[in-house]
Design a binder for this molecule. Structure first.
Ligand SMILES: Nc1ncnc2c1ncn2[C@@H]1O[C@H](COP(=O)(O)OP(=O)(O)OP(=O)(O)O)[C@@H](O)[C@H]1O
Ligand SMILES: [Mg+2]
Length: 585
């Protein structure tokens, strides 16, 4: 007797369902994808009890003949894929031929479908994968699929379903994603017979974002210009940095019409917002990517949520480029002035890069800031928000009280206690200086005594590869035989007393965050890194606080370092009272 046997079709479907059908929202995802593949212009979803009791998806798509309807219940039966070659050029959302049989194997399932050209439609009843009845049905062209009592035959899975409201929220989120992916389609959602939304077909993606976001937030959307990269086109919208949130629920990314989650994409978004969004928060974004199907593998995740890019660097560059150009402040209007009269307000060309975010974009902390209450994301759980500070310009009126542990400056503000991190402040100042200086010749300062650095081979290789980028930032490095390099010049204006300590620090940073990519981005990253290392070497002194604050508040984004760490933090009176148990009425 062999130990191995072939699973029955129903059992195989139930096993497959374990991967595809995790919860009601996954049923909605699969059925809606099928409706979209069928060319539907209108899709309606009904759910009862968070989808655990009923999910019904109705569409006006192409429908199926009786023969096809029966075939769709078989495993690996699909109209979307014939050859292995098709898989590399897949344009439909589905292709595995697994979703319908999987859902039918774990629910009480009913399908009613009719092709536009047929006189009658077909109705099929399935229970736990067993076909119970097939008959003619009078129905409109299109398809209705119903899954009742999800996991009724798999008690272990049913136990894993969350509270009704949680499952309903997931369904709603899923449908919103589809609605964004296919703006031209009308989407309706009903929950326990109450309408949740009815989104009319939207002429443009922006209209759909507006429908879902509401007019308040929609007003703040920043359009990202259509950007063409190597085999990729990117387009979309972001919200200013102040709307960044924990978690990535508000980052909606569509790749060839498919909602996807991908680290390459989210990292590129984070990079585009670098310097404006605190660590741990993620900018809100809606991105539509069109990629040649041959450049991406969509067949790497059971629910197709994740993809694999063949050329991730191209994807990153295109997104970064698009985000940066969307966020760049508009070019200043040039006013002709008589020859020889200098414009004091003229900014060096590269300074345009420094405020990667429009100057009005708020960052970090609530210092003297309007305590704006942001409406929550529809359908998303509440998350901490950042609050816009006052615009950069003059320093707020702080009274300097003293130094804490030789590290932080303690100050009094109109509203309570403020702590300043002088190193972080210096980092912001140096960073913006470096970006401003970049215009024209690299501002470097020759060392009286060149520094010789003995490096291990890995560091040496890195340094040699980054030589051009380093020279661009004012660091002149030359090989000096063996594993030794000679450093002849450092960037001006960093006030470095100990070039060796500085360079060793820079090497450490470079190893962790190599400076590669388009020169513009490389310079920005290098500036961030140099500023960080130079600032790390300063000894904070109380007497220098006043000028430091003045310089800090002359910066475009005074409230955080380029890495997003705060420069100042405030404990308002209310917070102090709360800590001392002084109730406020
Ligand atoms: N709403 C619908 N309208 C028209 N045809 C449909 C509909 N739903 C399913 N079908 C047909 O049934 C087939 C099987 O659907 P199923 O979702 O199981 O597989 P698929 O979409 O081809 O691949 P995947 O498993 O990746 O979703 C589809 O290929 C399609 O031909
Ligand atoms: Mg499908």
């Amino acid at each position: 007797m062999p130990k191995i046997h072939v699973l029955s079709d129903i059992l195989a479907s139930q096993v497959a369902a374990g991967e595809v059908v995790e919860r009601p929202a996954s049923v909605v995802k699969e059925l809606v994808e099928n409706s979209l593949d069928a060319g539907a212009r209108e899709i309606r979803v009904d759910m009862d009890q968070g989808g655990a009791a009923l999910i019904r998806v109705s569409d006006d798509g192409c429908g199926m003949s009786r023969e096809d309807a029966l075939l769709s219940l078989e495993r690996h039966a699909t109209s979307k894929l014939r050859t292995a070659g098709d898989l590399a050029a897949i344009r439909t959302l589905g292709f595995r031929g697994e979703a319908v049989p999987s859902i039918a194997s774990v629910s009480r399932f009913r399908m009613v479908t009719r092709e536009g050209s047929s006189v009658a439609g077909t109705e099929i009843w399935v229970e736990g994968g067993q076909i119970r009845d097939v008959r003619d049905a009078g129905c409109a062209p299109g398809t209705v699929i119903e899954a009742k009592a999800l996991f009724f035959n798999m008690p272990a899975r049913r136990k894993f379903l969350r509270a009704e409201s949680t499952e309903a929220a997931h369904v709603e989120h899923q449908l919103r994603l589809h609605a964004l992916a296919a703006p031209h389609v009308r989407f309706r959602l009903r929950r326990d017979d109450r309408e949740v939304f009815d989104l009319p077909p939207a002429p443009k993606a922006l209209d759909r974002v507006r429908q879902l976001l509401g007019p308040e937030l929609a007003r703040e959307l920043i359009a990202l210009p259509l950007t063409r990269g190597n085999g990729i086109v990117v387009e979309g919208f972001v919200l200013p940095a102040a709307h960044a949130r924990k978690g990535r629920r508000h980052q909606c990314v569509f790749l060839n019409g498919r909602p996807v989650e991908d680290a390459v994409i989210s990292r590129a978004l984070a990079e585009g917002f670098r310097g404006a969004v605190a660590d741990g928060l993620h900018p809100a974004a809606w991105l539509w990517l069109e990629l040649e199907p041959a450049l991406v593998d969509v067949n790497v995740h059971p629910a197709k949520r994740e993809v694999r890019f063949h050329r991730p660097l191209d994807v990153r560059e295109a997104i970064l480029e698009s985000v940066l150009s969307g966020l760049r402040p508009p070019a200043p209007v040039l006013v002709k002035r008589p020859a020889g009269v200098a414009d004091p307000a003229a900014m060096p060309e590269q300074a345009a890069i420094a405020p990667v975010i429009p100057v009005t974009t708020p960052v970090m902390t609530g210092l003297r800031a309007p305590q704006a209450m942001l409406p929550d994301w529809p359908g998303a759980p509440p998350e901490p928000t950042t609050v816009p500070p006052a615009r950069a310009g003059s320093a707020p009126d702080f009274q300097i009280l003293g130094m804490l542990l030789q590290r932080f400056v303690v100050m009094e503000s109109a509203d309570g206690l403020v702590l300043l991190d002088p190193k972080a402040a210096k980092e912001r100042i140096l960073y913006e200086n470096l970006l401003r200086q970049r215009n024209g010749a690299p501002a470097s300062q020759g060392l009286l005594v060149p520094v010789l650095l003995e490096l291990d081979p890995r560091d040496l290789d890195l340094l040699v590869r980054e030589r051009v980028a380093l020279a661009d930032a004012g660091i002149e490095v030359e090989p000096f035989g063996g594993n030794t390099v000679q450093v002849r010049a450092l960037p001006a204006g960093l006030g470095i007393d100990d070039p060796r300590a500085f360079l060793v620090g820079v090497m450490d940073e470079l190893l962790h965050d190599p400076v590669t990519g388009a020169a513009r981005f490389a310079f920005e990253r290098l500036a961030r890194l140099l500023a960080k290392r130079a600032a790390a070497l300063i000894e904070p002194r109380l007497a220098e606080t006043q000028p430091l604050l003045a310089e800090l508040f002359a910066c475009e984004l005074p409230y955080c370092t380029a890495d997003g760490r705060p420069t100042l933090t405030e404990f308002g009176l209310r917070e102090l009272e709360r800590r001392f148990g002084i109730a406020k009425t």
